[in-house]
Design a protein around this ligand. Structure first.
Ligand code: 5RP
Length: 293
């Protein structure tokens, strides 16, 4: 029991009368009304100082097997971890290849059910939100395939994660996957991002496109991070990251353009310079060259 409060009149308490309590907003777009746990997790994923994030995606094996650069996750990923803000991966890779002493937040891929050998839109949720919480996930994720044969099922998967994640204060990243027959233009990506955000995803991963990426961002009421897509020459990948940030993306969730770069550790730092310090791509490429040297 706490001691009884002293009520002597000479021990005057200070209630700061006349000083209104601050009711600050929150640094992330569309996130001001979220619950504390959600905001706290998002503050680990996005750096509150820059408002941006470099997420390292290495969940490719869940559909592609040992893709180039990720043949050995245990060798490829740990050296990159100090230079990124967040990891995005599947639970098996996390448990087997990443030390639990790592302090970076993890966005957990929860979908499964398809591989590159079949229809990628035909997915189900394979990891429960309780399991993601047990693995200390900072966020959970699945992809939606708008316009694909299993569009409805992928939206159901996303709705399930959002509903379950909300119960535990775990935000959901909605990934807008693009099928082979889909054009990656602003109209399509704008539609997909908006659908995902309106369903309740807390942040959205999509592809950079031009022209019109600024409209994709403007039409999406929550933060957007971009995927890197297929491996590009390093300068081009940095240019793409720069243009995306310049047009309002709040980060990258990049895989192949980091871990399959000629010098992945240097590339992770060059990407971070663009994303957090607004470094021009040519300067970031100079940094890349000097670091690889
Ligand atoms: C696919 C994903 C992947 O994580 C992502 O696309 C991989 O990153 P990159 O394209 O940069 O290699 O979410 O649905």
């Amino acid at each position: 029991m706490p001691d009884a409060d002293k009520t002597k009149t000479e021990e005057k308490k200070d209630f700061g009368i006349g000083v209104p309590m601050e009711t600050p907003g929150f640094f992330l777009k569309g996130s001001a009304h979220l619950y504390w746990g959600m905001k706290n997790r998002l503050s680990h994923i996005f750096n509150p100082k820059s408002g941006h994030t470099v997420m390292l995606a290495f969940d490719h094996g869940y559909i592609m097997g040992p893709t180039t650069g990720l043949e050995r996750i245990d060798l490829a990923i740990p050296p990159l971890i100090p230079y990124v803000d967040c990891l995005m991966c599947a639970r098996g890779a996390l448990r087997a290849c990443i030390s639990p002493e790592v302090r970076k937040p993890v966005v957990m891929r929860c979908s499964t059910g398809a591989t590159v050998l079949k229809d990628l839109s035909n997915e189900v949720i394979g990891v429960t939100v309780e399991e993601a919480a047990a693995l200390n996930a900072a966020a959970i994720t699945t992809q939606v395939c708008i316009g694909a044969e299993y569009e409805r099922e992928t939206l159901e998967n996303l709705a399930y994660l959002i509903n379950e994640g909300n119960r535990y204060g775990i935000p959901t990243l909605g990934v807008t996957a693009v099928g082979k027959e889909m054009v990656r233009d602003a109209r399509y990506l704008g539609l997909a991002c908006r659908v995902v955000a309106e369903l309740g995803a807390h942040f959205v991963k999509t592809y950079y496109c031009e022209p019109g990426f600024d409209e994709v961002v403007a039409g999406c009421p929550v933060p957007i991070v971009i995927a890197g897509g297929k491996k590009l020459p390093e300068l081009q990948a940095l240019q793409m990251a720069y243009k995306a940030i310049d047009q309002g993306a709040l980060g990258v969730d990049m895989g192949r353009n980091i871990f399959a770069a000629e010098h992945p550790v240097a590339m992770a730092q060059a990407v971070a310079a663009v994303v957090h310090n607004n470094e021009k791509p040519e300067k970031a490429y100079d940094l890349y060259k000097s670091l690889k040297g």
